[in-house]
Design a binder for this molecule. Structure first.
Ligand code: GRF
Length: 193
């Protein structure tokens, strides 16, 4: 049993399959991280169910309940104070965090993105990669900085594009790699602390 595990907050907005990969990894005794809390900006999403099933505390803070990003993020910052947190993992969290929020956690927020950054920032990455005739796609885990889908890269996994691939088949194969990459990247950060 590892002592002094890295405490994670995982931010989600939906399905939470990457959250699940972190939950599964954290259930292993020799994994150097544990999840303190899962936060969603959307109520009733599958990811929240996954967290509850694993006995992990959840916070639902709907951005729609707030008039400003400042108020939304201020509420998150306040709520997080109740948990030990060393690292925030964005896992399909569909809000852009302000420089103010990011400044509270310098180098302590990471994100997973379904492309080989710096290519294809933003949405619909697989459609755009296919339209460009890319032979290889993938996913990236990176530190979060105020500019979207930028920031130092921690890890990438590549996936070949096959004949007949559609955005959906590509998304599925990249997602398999995402589920390997996220726990690996967190382990790397925990072990090089
Ligand atoms: C993943 O493809 C991730 O790379 C992107 O959003 C998707 C989230 O999926 N940022 P899930 O909620 O983890 O299943």
């Amino acid at each position: 049993m590892i002592e002094n595990k890295l405490n994670l907050a995982v931010f989600i907005s939906g399905r939470g399959s990457n959250l699940q990969s972190l939950i599964d990894a954290c259930q292993e005794d020799n994994y150097p991280a544990q999840i303190s809390v899962v936060l969603s900006n959307k109520p009733n999403v599958q990811g929240l169910e996954r967290a509850k099933k694993a006995g992990i505390p959840t916070l639902t803070i709907p951005h729609k309940d707030f008039e400003t990003k400042e108020a939304f993020e201020g509420t998150i910052l306040e709520a997080l104070k109740d948990y030990p947190i060393d690292l925030i993992c964005l896992a399909g969290f569909m809000r852009i965090l302000s420089p103010y929020f990011i400044g509270h956690w310098p180098d302590k927020i990471i994100n997973i993105h379904p492309s080989l950054l710096p290519d294809y920032k933003g949405l619909n990455t697989h459609e755009r990669a296919l339209a460009d005739g890319q032979k290889e796609v993938g996913c990236t885990i990176h530190h979060v900085v105020p500019e979207m889908d930028s920031g130092p890269i921690i890890m990438q996994k590549k996936v070949p594009v096959l004949d007949g691939d559609t955005p959906e088949t590509l998304a599925e194969r990249v997602l398999e790699q995402e589920h390997i990459a996220y726990p690996e990247a967190v382990r790397l950060l925990a072990e090089t602390r």
